[in-house]
Design a protein around this ligand. Structure first.
Ligand code: NAP
Length: 258
């Protein structure tokens, strides 16, 4: 059994959460160009309004919200459903990254990271699943990270939040495949955005947010569950995670200079 893709995005109702910058902004802009109706969400309303102003008024909705606030997510979803009657694709891109190592591990930062990066997507999925199940159709796409594949330096809260997204997506895929609802787990490598601008090391196989958006939309169209890119980097990381731990940790210590 293979899950459904999307023939074309024209007229499709898409909710992009985390649309104000980086990968989410690039996805929102690409979707608008392809004729989709896009509901734009994140905290910075002014940036969402600027993106919305590039398209027709009937093509966009601006629903500012914080993904750590369930009421705001519920209100955003209600606005979208009353305007458009339903949702074809939830594209959850929002995420936060604060570099943390054992010597500066801060439980408050860890709690905020898990709240935004793991509970945020769970809240959004809980909202959209009932109607998608009734309709026997719909797409749920969540941006995780290759940082969730296995332990890497400077990711003491971010890494676990993204590892949990992989497990969450695997569970969802297993449950939803027979129902007609598609699940897309998105694992980017390094992408040049505001989030990675803070990195003080050379990022291997760095791609632009526009390239990332193009990979994401192509993967969703094809109905792929495991959307990962750029392949020259992600395939190497997928190989690393099947190695025995002593070899894995030796390679990480030898080559990851951060
Ligand atoms: N860039 C990379 O190399 C890379 C690699 C792997 C995975 N990723 C993942 O890709 C996703 C996008 O990252 P990016 O690099 O594009 O980062 P970015 O430019 O910093 O964008 C992050 C987006 O998330 C939104 N956001 C953050 N916290 C939020 C909250 N509490 N409520 C609502 N929206 C929130 C931000 O909007 P507001 O500030 O307006 O709320 C913004 O739209 C993240 O999930 C990230 O973990 C990125």
């Amino acid at each position: 059994m293979k899950q459904q893709g999307i023939d074309h995005f024209s007229g499709k109702r898409v909710w992009v959460i985390g649309a104000s910058s980086g990968i989410g902004e690039a996805c929102a802009k690409a979707l608008l160009l392809k004729g989709a109706k896009v509901a734009l969400s994140s905290r910075r309303a002014e940036r969402l309004n600027v993106i919305a102003s590039t398209a027709g008024a009937d093509q966009t909705l601006v629903t500012p919200l914080d993904v750590t606030n369930n009421t705001q997510l519920q209100d955003g979803y209600k606005t979208l459903v009353s305007a458009w009657g339903g949702l074809d694709l939830l594209l959850f891109v929002s995420g936060t990254y604060v570099p943390l190592r054992a010597d500066n591990f801060d439980i408050k930062v860890a709690e905020k990271t898990i709240d935004a990066n793991l509970l945020g997507p769970m809240r959004a999925v809980a909202l959209v699943i009932p109607e998608m199940l009734k309709a026997h159709s719909g797409h749920i796409a969540i941006v995780g990270s290759v940082a969730g594949y296995s332990g890497l330096p400077k990711a003491l809260a971010y890494g676990p939040s993204k590892a949990a997204i992989i497990n969450f997506c695997e569970n969802l895929y297993y449950d939803l495949l027979p129902t007609g609802v598609s699940v897309h787990m998105i694992s980017p490598g390094f992408v040049a955005t505001e989030a990675t601008a803070q990195n003080d090391f050379e990022m291997p196989a760095l791609i632009s947010a526009e390239e990332a958006a193009s990979e994401i939309l192509a993967g969703i169209q094809k109905g792929e569950f495991d959307i990962h890119f750029p392949k020259r980097f992600t395939r190497f990381l997928k190989f690393l995670r099947i190695l025995p731990y002593p070899i894995y940790f030796w390679i990480v210590r030898r080559f990851v200079k951060i």
